[in-house]
Structures are given as C-alpha cells and as structure tokens.
Design a protein around this ligand. Sequence first.
Ligand code: MG
Length: 278
Amino acid sequence: MKLYTYLFNGKEHIGAEDNGYIYPIEGYDTMLSLIRGNNITVSRNNAVKIDDAVLSAPIPRPEQDIICLGINYAKHGEEAAKYNKEAFLRDQPNAIYFSKRVNRAVAQGENIISHSDIVSKLDYECELAFIIGKDALNVKKENAAEYIFGYTIINDVSARDLQTRHKQWYFGKSLDGFTPMGPCIVTADEISFPPKLYIKSYVNGELRQDSTTDYMVFDPAYIIEDLSAGMTLKAGTIIATGTPAGVGMGFDPPKFLKRGDKVTCEIEKIGKLENTVL
Ligand code: MG
C-alpha cells in the first residue's frame, strides 16, 4: 500500500493510493498516529486524483531528528574520501551514525532552499529511508523486519562546506528545507527484505546516481539490531540508510547544485521525488 499525506480542503489528511486515486484513511490525523495505531481502514468517499493532489511529505514534522547512516555504500566512501580525506575517510569497521534536524520535511514538488548566503557547496544524496513501526529495544537481526512500518525516499541535502568546516555533520545536514521526503510511504509488506531496489538520482535530467540498495554496507536488519541494543527506537523513527556514489562532490570538478536545478531521486517500487533548488 502506498500511503500519502496530502492537503484536502485546506487540511492535512492521510490516504492510501488505489488505481490513481488517493482515498482517505479514517481515524487518524497524521501519519505518525497511523503508524502507532497501525490499523488502516480506507474510506471510499472524497477520493482525490493523485495527479491533482497537493502532497505533503509523508511525515511532514518528524517528532525526533532523523537518524542517518554515513558512508554506507563503498563506492560513495571512495568518492567522498577523494573529495576530502580528513572529513570522509572511513577507517573503522562500525556503522557511522549521525542525525539530521527536520523542522519540516519538504514535499514532492516543493523547493530545496539553497541558503546561498551561507552555503556555496550544496549537494544531493538520494537515500532509502525506513520507518520504525513499533518501539524497538534489543531487537535481533532475524526479528528486525517486523519492526519496519514502511519505506520512503529521502534526499539528504548537504552543505559540504558547513559539513566539513564543523567536523560534526549535524549543521551542514540540518538547514531548513534540506530534507525532501516522499512522495509516499510504501508499507513493508510490499518490499522484500532486505530491500533490493534500484536507486537513482538525476540533476536536470542527467543521471548522477545509479545503484541498488543491496550494495549497502549495513542493511536495515543490522542497523536495527545495532542501535536498539541500548537505545529504544520509537515508533515513527525515520532512519536514512545512506547514499550511493554519484553525488556532486564525487565529480572532478565537483558538480554542486545551483538555483534552478531540478533534482530527481528515484527508488524502485516507491517512486520519484522531484525538487527544484530555490
Ligand atoms: Mg546521507
């Protein structure tokens, strides 16, 4: 099932797609309350044609920072270390976790804010994100799948200058308008586990990233076991699994984003997330 947050009569609604239409889901005001309730009853009234719908990000206002994986595809690790060895060289065997503040996630079709007054090295990162469906503590890999509610696409927009200048990546990842998310959440039952999905991105139609999610170094089962050993991952937690090679800093010379560029992130079975830099 593809789940959307969308505007109808000036108000946010939660709905499920069927045959090109979004049908409202009864009983929940937000995607987060639906995730916690996890009891989906679709109404047959007030359907909206999907092409006419005004979408919000599926979780427009996450309750906690997004948890992100750093350097979780080997070839992206190589390109990043070539760009800035000190900041990105991966020299330890464990997963790299960092967080990303999201005051408001950017919807399909909305703008990425360039912040050109303080950012000159703006970059894109197409990523598969998964959403935790029930509180997870001390979960073993073999049981991890049952804790995943669904999957979405995140563009982990990054200011490379801020990211490297401050050592910790938090600020350079967290500016307003830096987290396009969507267009929908695909429920976990529709995606094999571990997910093996094509993942691509384009800038102004030029293919930049072209990989599959089974090249991840640490997969969702590993991540859930690793993090939940001592830290409860609450229902609604969003975890972005890192980006494959082909980001702007990976090119020589780098291809950073500028105003007017259209970035398309695409993941098989989820869809396309398209945003223009403002
Ligand atoms: Mg990233």
